[in-house]
Design a protein around this ligand. Structure first.
Ligand SMILES: C[S@@+](CC[C@H](N)C(=O)[O-])C[C@H]1O[C@@H](n2cnc3c(N)ncnc32)[C@H](O)[C@@H]1O
Ligand code: SF4
Ligand code: SF4
Length: 318
């Protein structure tokens, strides 16, 4: 199964072994958007890490299989991203770039492809310029740019993943979004369960009933040449009667077990989105290379309990 699925290959492997195989790097936490739902850790703290510094760190991690560039909007630091992608491309490390696509251009897309970017992951929650502009408080032309850039990515032959956040704002429109993803030429659609956590006051997550309905409908209408990845649902999919089938995956969560997040100031977090607990800092004596052999206490605590805010939110009080 894994060999065919380059995207999410870490998440589709059997869980249980703790090893740093994936590193998410918040090249910058700044962003040109201000999404209500965003729970990225310290989004506006101005902390950045340069491309050369990231490469220095990666060089010391021989077992690393994937680098995910995500913050903030990391394309604000496009040149740094490109340097990292080039290095990883030459050293057999997969790369993923998470972006809102607003700062992409044809030239950048081609340069990232030529540097060996494994896949580009673009947020996609609205299907028309007015709804997009109203939610994100931007000009409707930004939606046209989003569609244009998505098409450029697929035409350039880049593996393109569109991610839809399943929350109150999208739950009634999931099928239209899915149809639009297809129409844009994208064949990998990731549906991210909305998560709420202590550092964010946002709480417009889907209800259990709505989640079951949306997921089942998407699976029912899935086109044969499309792959669906449902994220942050693996802890309870079976309990809700949701099952994998060909082209439908409930990806295993790897946060804290195989993947950690490196923040711009050197902080190491378990997960930037759902558990922004700082377990160490690379400039204050924590070695990423040995992090699972010389485990910081906060990481050990996490591995013992493996809390999941997505589970807790849906099953609160049960
Ligand atoms: C923090 S953003 C960074 C990349 C880029 N700025 C973007 O928006 O795509 C990465 C992903 O986090 C997801 N995300 C943000 N807030 C979330 C939340 N409350 N629950 C689940 N996912 C969330 C977004 O959907 C996005 O795809
Ligand atoms: S979700 Fe992405 S685009 Fe939106 S505010 Fe957060 S980092 Fe920025
Ligand atoms: S622990 Fe966090 S990242 Fe993992 S499945 Fe739960 S909410 Fe998602």
């Amino acid at each position: 199964m894994t060999a065919k699925n380059r995207y999410k290959s870490l998440e589709l492997e059997t869980p249980g072994v703790y090893e740093l195989e994936g590193l998410e790097v918040g090249v910058t936490s700044n962003c040109n958007y201000k999404c209500d739902y965003c729970c990225a850790y310290n989004r506006d703290d101005g902390q950045c890490i340069s491309g050369q510094e990231v490469i220095r760190i990666i060089r010391e991690l021989p077992r690393l299989k994937r680098v995910r560039l995500s913050g903030g909007e990391v394309t604000l630091k496009y040149q740094d991203c490109l340097e990292i992608v080039k290095y990883c491309g030459l050293h057999g490390i997969d790369t993923q770039l998470n972006t809102n696509a607003s700062l992409l251009t044809e030239e950048r897309i081609h340069a990232l492809r030529d540097a060996g970017l494994s896949n580009i992951h673009i947020s996609f929650n609205y299907t028309d310029p007015d709804a997009y502009a109203a939610y994100y408080r931007v000009h409707p032309r930004m939606y046209e740019r989003l569609e244009h850039n998505i098409r450029l990515c697929t035409e350039a032959g880049l593996e393109t993943v569109l991610e839809t956040l399943l929350f109150e704002g999208t739950q009634a429109n999931m099928q239209a979004i899915s149809d639009k993803v297809y129409e844009l030429g994208v064949r990998i659609h990731e549906i991210q369960n909305s998560i709420v956590m202590p550092h964010s006051h946002w709480s417009k997550i889907v209800s259990k009933e709505s989640l079951i309905h949306s997921v089942n409908e998407l699976i029912k209408h899935k086109k044969e040449d499309t792959t669906l990845y449902f994220t942050c649902m693996d802890r309870f999919a079976e309990q809700l009667g949701l099952r994998e089938q060909p082209g439908v995956y409930f990806s295993n969560c790897v946060d804290g077990t195989k993947q950690l997040h490196l923040h711009g100031n050197g902080d190491i977090l378990i997960c930037e989105l759902c558990l922004p607990v700082v377990v160490g800092n690379i400039y204050q004596g924590t070695s990423l290379k040995d992090i699972y052999t010389k485990q910081p206490q906060a990481l050990t605590d996490y591995l013992e309990k493996q809390p999941c805010p997505a589970y807790d939110a849906l099953f609160a009080g049960e």
